[in-house]
Design a protein around this ligand. Structure first.
Ligand SMILES: [Fe+2]
Ligand SMILES: [Fe+2]
Length: 384
């Protein structure tokens, strides 16, 4: 993998070598007890007096679809399912393929002394961490979508966006409930994820919120939820992820449909800014998956072990897979090849260009819809 990058990019991501582990790990959450986090943003709230519903037919269709796809986080999931987290971790580790210590020489490192107990505990912490970051990312989506409803100029997009606000509230709710009732502890937001959410929410341009959230964060979430869904046998988590994914695919489609026309009108300089923003988001999201806080909690210095873990082949594969939804959508938006193909080069360096011809989510979202048998049973309305 090529790793040195041009100066404009190194300024943006704060380092010259995209794989500089020490620089990545130096960004950490220093206020883990923070309860409220305020971000100043400066953007126009836009009213539209053009109420013609359906003037953007694809967005209108998405809105109608969303209204009939709502589910209830409290009543439509089997919350009485017993979850044995350790058993779940062992099953998952088996499905993930050979364990790290059989792939990488750990002698002379703090991990050399680890036995089965420590590896299981590491898996448990990793799961608490992953679900916690999903929860924080979902709150980011909730807040960003509320902003989108305010700032997008088209009535069909305001209507659709309002359904997404409701969807995201439900997603925060299910991950938070699952963590509280079925797992064994929360993690604060990862510093890389927080920097990214701050950038997305603070930007004054409505389309940057779309690009950052709908295309980048949600595109990655869709791939990560899909991966977890395929790796777990736990029925509650499977169903929860299935429901969330059916919503997320609609959200990513919203991003693609809303931005496609808009980007066709932008000039070269503006497009380049969007390309850079997309790349910065990609790097920040990749950085967070190093799970540095999990190593800290296990009492091992991340600096000592992360260089070993990222060398493992399954790790690289997982990182690359995270971009499987993002790259085709960026291509559909014209961002991959615009200008001199700057963003294509960046994704080639990240090793993720092979997804460019996969189906984009504007086309694919229908495949994620819940089938008849999967839909929640609607309760009969109560009559007085
Ligand atoms: Fe979501
Ligand atoms: Fe979403």
């Amino acid at each position: 993998m090529a790793s040195t990058i041009d100066p404009s990019v190194s300024d943006m991501i704060g380092r010259e070598d995209v794989d500089d582990i020490e620089a990545i790990l130096s960004v950490s959450n220093t206020d883990v007890d923070e309860l409220l986090h305020a971000v100043h943003s400066n953007y126009d709230t836009v009213f539209s007096w053009d109420y013609e519903k359906g003037s953007r037919p694809k967005l209108d269709r998405l809105y109608e679809k969303a209204k009939s796809s709502m589910w209830n986080a409290q009543t439509d999931l089997p919350w009485d399912t017993e979850v044995d987290q350790e058993k779940l971790v062992v099953e998952q580790q088996l499905m993930m393929g050979p364990p790290l210590h059989t792939l990488v020489d750990l002698s002379g490192t703090p991990l050399a002394k680890w036995g089965e107990k420590e590896w299981i505990q590491f898996g448990v912490e990793g799961q608490n961490w992953t679900l916690s970051q999903f929860m924080h990312g979902e709150q980011g989506a909730l807040v960003c979508t509320a902003k989108v409803v305010e700032s997008v100029p088209w009535i069909d997009a305001k209507y659709y966006g309002s359904t997404q606000v409701m969807d995201e509230a439900r997603h925060v709710e299910v991950f938070s409930k699952y963590l509280d009732e079925k797992l064994s502890g929360h993690y604060p937001i990862n510093a890389h994820l927080r920097l990214l959410l701050d950038d997305i929410i603070a930007d004054s341009r409505w389309d940057m919120t779309f690009l950052g959230m709908q295309i980048m964060v949600e595109g990655l979430a869709l791939a990560a939820f899909g991966f977890m869904h395929s790796m777990t046998q736990e029925p509650l988590l499977r169903q929860l992820l299935r429901y969330v994914m059916s919503d997320e695919a609609r959200h990513v489609a919203f991003g693609v449909l809303a931005l496609q026309d808009y980007y066709a009108e932008l000039g070269n300089t503006e497009i380049r800014e969007r390309q850079e923003f997309a790349f910065e988001a990609a790097v920040r999201m990749r950085d967070r998956f190093l799970q540095q806080e999990v190593w800290d909690r296990m009492g091992v210095s991340p600096k000592d072990v992360i260089p070993l873990t990222i060398a493992a082949p399954d790790r690289r594969q997982f990182q690359v897979m995270l971009f499987s939804k993002i790259v085709p959508n960026l291509k559909k938006l014209g961002l991959l090849d615009a200008g001199d193909g700057w963003l294509r080069e960046r994704f080639t360096e990240l090793g993720a260009i092979q997804f460019e011809n996969w189906e984009d989510t504007a086309e694919e979202y229908a495949a994620f819809q819940l089938a008849e048998g999967e839909k929640p049973q609607q309760a009969e309305p109560q009559t007085a």
